[in-house]
Design a protein around this ligand. Structure first.
Ligand SMILES: NC(=O)c1ccc[n+]([C@@H]2O[C@H](COP(=O)([O-])OP(=O)(O)OC[C@H]3O[C@@H](n4cnc5c(N)ncnc54)[C@H](O)[C@@H]3O)[C@@H](O)[C@H]2O)c1
Length: 244
């Protein structure tokens, strides 16, 4: 699948699905990759790996920092623009309905949803000018089944991502910009390796969690030239846990 020479921004790319996807983009011919995260140690390690394949910059940026996001995109203007945005940064919590207070709700909604809105809006301005763009967001099986041991705020945030995806897809369609989402089930990443996130392989019809790289392949397709007639959609990458 072709992403030759494309300029890519991946949020939440120090580790997990974001890092795996950035590495796959690099291997598949991306010209330049920006890694956005707040985990500097892992971010710099991922940057080093990707530099074997293409130009890569790790950028310390909290995805809820609107002014910082605007500054970042202004810098990309000078370095050639942005073709592909993968909004992957996210946080979760295992706190249930009765343990979720407004502070936790707001934090999860801000990092998971507002960030995707802010990045997509800035990217859309640039993509609209170029007449080309690909935006890929991350929803979750939690949006569809009411959470898997995760906070109601997480399930709600991932459902909101589907609405956001469709809203941007409608806007971008006449401008050469497609906007889609993926909804992973359980992927084996630092998020699900956390000791309070307990799951069993028996919950997954395919019998195991996804490797992050298996999720990345769906993102690559949605980022590639080959998916140009697909917009406003969500690809479920869940090992058969939910048939959407
Ligand atoms: N792992 C799963 O099973 C699973 C399932 C469904 C959806 N998802 C979603 O996939 C995405 C990636 O998840 P993952 O499993 O790779 O998680 P992860 O925790 O392994 O990685 C998430 C990355 O986002 C970064 N991040 C968090 N808050 C940030 C902030 N404010 N600013 C910048 N960076 C920030 C973290 O530092 C981390 O590097 C998330 O949106 C998550 O909700 C994951």
């Amino acid at each position: 699948m072709s992403i030759d020479g494309k300029i890519v921004v991946v949020t939440g790319s120090a580790k997990g699905i974001g890092a795996a996807t950035a590495l796959l983009f690099a291997r598949k011919g991306a010209g330049r990759i920006y890694l956005i995260d707040v985990d500097d140690e892992n971010g710099k390690q991922t940057e080093q790996k990707i530099r074997e394949f293409c130009i890569c910059s790790y950028v310390h940026l909290d995805v809820s920092d609107e002014a910082g996001i605007k500054r970042f995109f202004a810098e990309t203007d000078e370095a050639g623009g942005v073709d592909i945005l993968f909004n992957c940064a996210g946080i979760t919590s295992v706190k249930g309905i009765m343990e979720t207070d407004l502070a936790l709700w707001n934090k999860i909604m801000t990092v998971n949803v507002a960030s995707a809105f802010l990045f997509s809006r800035e990217a859309m301005i640039r993509m609209e000018r170029r007449g080309f763009g690909r935006i890929i967001n991350v929803s979750s099986i939690s949006a569809l089944v009411g959470g898997i041991r995760t906070s109601p705020a997480y399930a709600a945030s991932k459902a909101a991502i589907l609405g956001l995806t469709r809203s941007f897809a409608k806007y971008g369609a006449s401008k050469g910009v497609t906007v889609n989402a993926i909804a992973p089930g359980i992927a084996d990443t630092p998020m699900t390796q956390a000791k309070d996130f307990v799951y069993s392989n028996n919950e997954v019809p395919l019998g195991r969690a996804a490797r992050p790289e298996e999720v990345s392949e769906a993102v690559l397709f949605l980022a590639s030239g080959e998916s140009g007639y697909i917009t406003g959609q969500c690809i479920h990458v869940n090992g058969g846990m939910y048939f959407g």
